[in-house]
Write a protein that binds this ligand. Structure first.
Ligand SMILES: [Zn+2]
Length: 130
């Protein structure tokens, strides 16, 4: 049980009723929890972004060392892939709906399994699991 005194609030202060004060305190506690989760999620995404950037830089460095590819080759390919969805928006948006190989229903990009039958999403590319 939450104790309002722990957070410096008194349930008997001012003209508000005790129930209203407790509701406000509970709202503040709920908001603080949501804020902590948001900060943790942002940190997770920042860490993931840094790891992906590092791997991309390493792959590009390796490709340059082992091939005759140039920065212009990379820039041209980025533009080509960016335009695959018809928009030059700096994003590699996936085109089309992936259907479940087991039940043929549309599969969510956010889930690794079919939400209808539970079949695992098949990866046709290494990037399908990113
Ligand atoms: Zn399915």
């Amino acid at each position: 049980m939450l104790d309002s005194a722990m957070f410096g609030y008194s349930t008997h202060s001012g003209s508000s009723s005790s129930g209203e004060s407790q509701r406000r305190m509970k709202d503040k506690v709920r908001e603080a929890g949501a804020s902590r989760r948001t900060q943790r999620d942002v940190q997770f995404l920042e860490d993931r972004f840094e790891r992906l950037s590092l791997v991309c830089m390493a792959m590009w460095s390796l490709l340059q060392d082992k091939t005759n590819l140039t920065e212009q080759d990379l820039l041209d390919r980025v533009q080509t892939i960016d335009l695959m969805d018809g928009q030059a928006d700096g994003k590699a948006t996936k085109v089309g709906v992936v259907k479940c190989h087991k039940c043929s229903r549309p599969m969510s990009e956010r889930h690794m399994r079919c939400i209808y039958c539970g079949a695992e999403k098949r990866a046709s590319s290494a990037f399908d699991r990113v």
